[in-house]
Write a protein that binds this ligand. Structure first.
Ligand code: SF4
Length: 365
């Protein structure tokens, strides 16, 4: 039994998709009405068993594709979430696939306190959409985005770059389209070709590291020039539109994770739920737990915080350890090379080196 402590965020996983994308490595299944019905019952059980009436600041329904659920199923999902106590600064995000957006669903989201949409677009280029097995036209994307903007102002879109065949000119055009839409948040991901995805099985080769780097640079330069703050390695926001929910993760704070394959952090334990559908339905939710000892807590604080422009605050570090941050991790070389910057309040990685962030963060493991 895991006991709760200081929890202000809840993640809920809906693992169903109507279409499987060629690159997808997430925990998901084809949408099937009967499976959804059984899943929602198990999810309700898990939430009621564990949620202890904390007042939360963020709720995030991710997937899979939560928006693939029918109106009836969404009503059932929201009915179990309506009893969650929320603060006045609630950020309630639902991940949506652009294909699924209808006026009826958007109005239903609003009725149930949702105030942020995270929309999987992935590309504004017809050839790339088809390569990624995203069955939607550019016109439909633009029409559905206009519809979403009619009801929501706080919107994120996901964009994938470094797609084989994509050129810098194509990416530039996609960024222009994004900027013309005046959407306040964008998450950009370099395409990873995982072995058991369709692209992996077809042995599609990734683009060169050099071109990947140039694309990263182009995204950074274009978006920051237009007022977007590059506040986390993959995320850009206009002022005030940073994702509060994701900042929970990056600040190494506690949260509930409910649903198939979801992970959470409660008390001193990080846990991951089973990815086995039948096991989840039978009520055996958690498959792995990890006790967070002081060394792991310190390492997580550094690795997660240093992904962001805010870095690791000295105040927070003091709560974790009496030692000096730089000495603790033996990273004075990073300070000497101006890769790790120390200010009066925090430590952060010089954004100039974010492109090789993963190599830098190895030093904090
Ligand atoms: S919609 Fe998202 S979760 Fe579903 S297959 Fe595509 S990438 Fe994967």
């Amino acid at each position: 039994m895991i006991t709760q402590n200081n929890i202000h965020s809840i993640y809920i996983h809906i693992p169903f998709c109507k279409n499987i994308c060629s690159y997808c490595d997430f925990c998901k299944f084809y949408y099937h009405q009967d499976s959804v019905s059984r899943y929602l019952k198990a999810l309700s059980l898990e939430i009621h068993k564990n949620y202890k009436n904390e007042v939360v600041d963020t709720i995030y329904i991710g997937g899979g594709t939560p928006s693939s659920l029918s109106i009836l199923e969404l009503n059932e999902l929201f009915a179990m979430l309506d009893s969650i106590s929320v603060s006045s600064k609630l950020e309630f995000t639902v991940e949506c696939n652009i294909q699924d957006l209808t006026e009826e669903k958007l109005i239903l989201f609003l009725k149930h306190r949702v105030n942020r949409l995270s929309i999987g677009i992935q590309s504004f280029d017809t050839n790339i959409l088809s390569f990624l097995d995203r069955n939607i036209s550019l016109d439909q994307i633009l029409a559905n985005l206009t519809l979403a903007k009619k009801y929501f102002s706080n919107i994120n879109i996901d964009l994938i770059y470094a797609v084989p065949g994509q050129t810098l000119e194509v990416l530039e055009k996609e960024l222009k389209t994004f900027l013309s839409l005046q959407i306040p948040h964008i998450s950009t991901y370099s395409l990873m070709i995982e072995p058991h995805t369709k692209l992996g099985i077809q042995k599609i080769m990734p683009i060169s590291e050099e071109l990947d780097g140039k694309m990263y640079e182009l995204i950074h330069t274009t978006l920051t020039k237009h007022g977007y703050q590059h506040y986390e390695i993959s995320n850009y926001a206009l002022p005030g539109y940073e994702s509060k929910h994701n900042l929970t993760y990056w600040k190494n704070e506690k949260y509930y994770g409910f649903g198939l394959g979801a992970s959470g952090y409660i008390g001193n334990i990080r846990y991951t739920n089973t990815k086995n559908f039948n096991q989840y339905l039978s009520g055996n939710f958690i498959s792995e737990t990890e006790n967070m000892n002081p060394i792991l807590i310190a390492s997580n604080q550094a690795i997660l915080g240093l992904r962001t422009i805010y870095g690791v605050s000295k105040k927070k570090w003091k709560e974790i350890s009496d030692s000096n941050f730089v000495e603790y991790f033996s990273v004075s070389d990073l300070v000497d090379e101006h890769i790790l910057i120390e200010t009066e309040d925090s430590y952060f990685i010089n954004p100039k080196y974010w492109y090789v962030l993963n190599e830098i963060l190895v030093k904090f493991v």
